[in-house]
Design a protein around this ligand. Structure first.
Ligand code: ATP
Length: 273
């Protein structure tokens, strides 16, 4: 399990020390974050944070800007404006240090299908320079019930098994910030329960901050400490998923989600827009 006591590289420590005191306690902070594609505004100047040990749900209808936001945090997309700090380290100016303890899992990010389960984890442990990689791999094979599949090529795995492998890969480098794009979408209910419990334990035990996208409102209510509702690139609402529905006259999170997704911005409750 990752620990906050694990030392950061010296350059990252210096960069973190230079970061604003306002970032203390945060695994992730984004300010004024925007992404434009020509006339399309995918993300419209949003500000948000994920505290250490916190699980934040990034919710919103199709096309709201969730994947664009995640890809900017992962350094895969250059923001049109704004800044991102990971563990207090500025992504734009200290990219490799900021990303050294970041990882992600998403169904669309398939792992090399011609490598076995073990070879995949070995490959990524070398790429991430994981100390004691062999024992870390054995630990993750056991945690994600992948031992009997260790010699199977990952391209032959079922989608649920591939998801478990993607999660094991995402935890190899003991991340301090984990981005999960619909991590349970292809899991059967019993596997999904185990994965949610594993992710909650990770946040609680290691202090890893987690940004989680899902269209499953039951799962979000069960798992997330806080949610951000994104629509047309803007954050409309944020808060505790167990309290938000009642605070905004809805019975369930799903009912609130549907209302927010359908109504125009200027009619949204409490947005001040
Ligand atoms: P979903 O739930 O469907 O995955 P999302 O919230 O992840 O949606 P994004 O994929 O971030 O949404 O897309 C946000 C908006 O940006 C959409 O209107 C999309 O069409 C647009 N968009 C995304 N990538 C590009 C691109 N490369 N060029 C032009 N427009 C893009």
């Amino acid at each position: 399990m990752a620990s906050l006591d694990t030392p950061l590289p010296a350059a990252a420590t210096a960069a973190a020390a230079a970061a604003s005191a306002a970032d203390a306690g945060y695994a992730l902070r984004a300010r004024g974050l925007a992404k434009h594609y020509g006339a399309t505004v995918a993300v419209d100047g949003i500000a948000f944070g994920v505290r250490r040990g916190e699980i934040v749900g990034l919710l919103g209808p199709n096309g709201a800007g969730k994947t664009t936001t995640i890809n900017m945090v992962l350094g895969l997309l250059q923001p049109s404006a704004g800044s991102i700090q990971i563990e207090g380290i500025d992504l734009a100016s200290h990219r490799s240090q900021a990303l050294a303890h970041t990882n992600f899992a998403a169904v669309y990010a398939a792992l090399p299908g011609n490598l076995t389960v073990y070879q995949n984890l070995r490959f990524f442990s070398l790429l991430y320079n994981v100390a004691a990689g062999a024992s870390r791999i054995e630990q993750l094979l056991a945690e994600f019930d992948l031992q009997r599949l260790r010699a199977t090529r990952s391209g032959l795995l079922s989608s649920g098994e591939q998801t478990r492998l993607a999660l094991a890969k995402a935890l190899l480098n003991s991340p301090r910030l984990l981005l999960l794009d619909e991590p349970t979408a292809s899991l059967d209910p019993s596997a999904a329960v185990l994965v949610r419990a594993r992710i909650r334990a990770l946040a609680a035990d290691s202090g890893c901050g987690i940004l989680w996208t899902s269209h499953n409102m039951y799962e979000v209510e069960e798992t997330c400490d806080r949610v951000l509702f994104l629509s047309r690139g803007r954050i409309l609402l944020e808060g505790d998923p167990k309290r938000l529905p009642h605070a905004h006259g809805a019975t369930t999170l799903e009912e609130l989600f549907i209302r927010l997704a359908r109504e125009p911005l200027e009619q949204q409750p409490g947005t001040g827009r």
